[in-house]
Design a protein around this ligand. Structure first.
Ligand SMILES: Cc1ncc(C[n+]2csc(CCOP(=O)(O)OP(=O)(O)O)c2C)c(N)n1
Ligand SMILES: [Mg+2]
Length: 367
């Protein structure tokens, strides 16, 4: 089990990553025993399968022209499922925009997610997800909000933790550094999860930083930090459980760099073949988090894989119904987009509104 002693054995500057299972799902240390029960492991696999199915369907709805955009999660799901298992109801989730499984664990519905990516702000009004901020596209800005929430929780003497997500690209933003600095100074209960998926759109990590890794950046601010195999559900779960424990016990923030790979495109408007090689993709495919977890559960006979197709079919039905609900949701009035900034609408904004109205009318005409 990951503890303070383990943390001390993984100083970030040595660039050793915490990992428990290999690419086939076999334990690296034969003596290792998961802290998760068999039932929890089986559930984790099913949740991962659901996230992957929902994610692929979201991409296809967008391709059908039924949603404006979508950022695929493919390959990064173990991080999300592990975080979802560790987060408690009273904890806060401060998302970036690529951690679908964690949102679902908080209680966000797929139809809310679809609404959001259809450009409808009702998608950020979560009916059931408690203590979760809306998706944050302005890179790294959410980390400052996370620290603010952590500060408020200390002030109110609340025993809960903030889980804040950011990408590798986000670590180049000033906000990331400001957030880490004040997280340490104020000793806030914030767990920073850096999803290092190797790219910020088309910019590879080596053009982003000269540091040995991203975890090492935490040390400058006295934030305990560790590099973890983000495609290893067990390693992620252990480290995040430890980070939560530390935060709850007043030990302050922690930074977890989850090393992973975005197997899909940045968003549905991106073509990754233009900036990365087939070899790189093939190499990371061997480390696919689902394949590894599947290897583990197959060895341990925790899940009857012959049920998988039926399960996926059932998920697809549910996801389709959620998408239909999003499509039936009332459209927002155009006035909402343009109406609130000024008491009297300036000429330029009137021109834009007019253009947009014409565009919508023409779209109608094409049907
Ligand atoms: C402040 C800001 N600058 C630029 C952008 C445009 N942008 C959107 S996603 C992205 C890259 C983010 O990369 P990373 O943090 O690694 O997250 P990933 O997309 O890989 O999950 C950029 C530059 C933005 N949304 N916000
Ligand atoms: Mg990235």
């Amino acid at each position: 089990m990951f503890n303070q002693e383990t943390l001390d054995k993984y100083p970030a500057w040595e660039n050793k990553q915490y990992q428990l299972i290999d690419n086939d799902g076999k334990a690296l240390d034969k003596k290792w025993k998961p802290i998760l029960s068999d039932a929890e492991i089986k559930q984790a696999y099913q949740d991962l399968l659901f996230e992957r199915t929902a994610d692929m369907m979201a991409v296809s709805y967008q391709r059908q022209g039924r949603m404006f955009t979508y950022p695929p999660n493919l390959g990064q799901e173990a991080i999300h499922i592990a975080a979802g298992m560790v987060m408690k109801e009273e904890d806060w989730l401060v998302p970036a925009f690529r951690e679908l499984g964690a949102w679902l664990a908080k209680g966000v519905s797929m139809s809310e997610i679809f609404l959001y990516f259809k450009g409808n702000e009702d998608g950020s009004r979560f009916a059931n997800a408690r203590r979760m901020l809306p998706v944050s596209v302005p890179i790294a800005s959410q980390l400052l909000h996370a620290v603010g929430i952590g500060y408020a929780m200390n002030y109110n003497k609340e025993k809960a933790v903030v889980f804040a997500f950011v990408g590798d690209g986000g670590t180049s933003e000033g906000d990331f550094h400001e957030a880490l600095n004040f997280a340490a100074v104020w000793n806030v209960p914030v767990v920073f999860i850096v999803q290092n998926n190797q790219f910020a759109i088309s910019v590879p990590l080596k053009m982003q930083t000269k540091s040995v890794n991203l975890a090492v950046k935490g040390y400058a601010y006295a934030v305990p930090s560790v590099l973890v195999d983000g495609n290893d559900l067990f390693a992620m779960h252990e480290v995040l459980s430890f980070a939560r424990e530390q935060a709850i016990n007043g030990k302050g923030p922690m930074l977890v760099e989850a090393r992973t790979f975005r197997m899909g495109a940045h968003t549905t408007s991106d073509d990754p073949t233009r900036y990365r090689t087939k070899e790189e993709e093939e190499d990371w495919a061997l480390k696919d988090p689902m394949k590894r977890l599947k290897g583990y559960i197959t060895d341990r006979k925790l899940f009857d894989l012959s049920q998988e197709d039926a399960l996926i079919k059932d998920y697809k039905k549910k996801i389709d119904a959620e998408f239909e609900a999003a499509e039936k949701h009332p459209d927002y009035p155009l006035e909402d987009v343009f109406g609130y900034m000024y008491q009297e609408m300036p000429q330029e904004l009137k021109r834009q509104k007019n253009n947009y109205e014409n565009y919508l009318q023409n779209m109608e005409g094409d049907k």
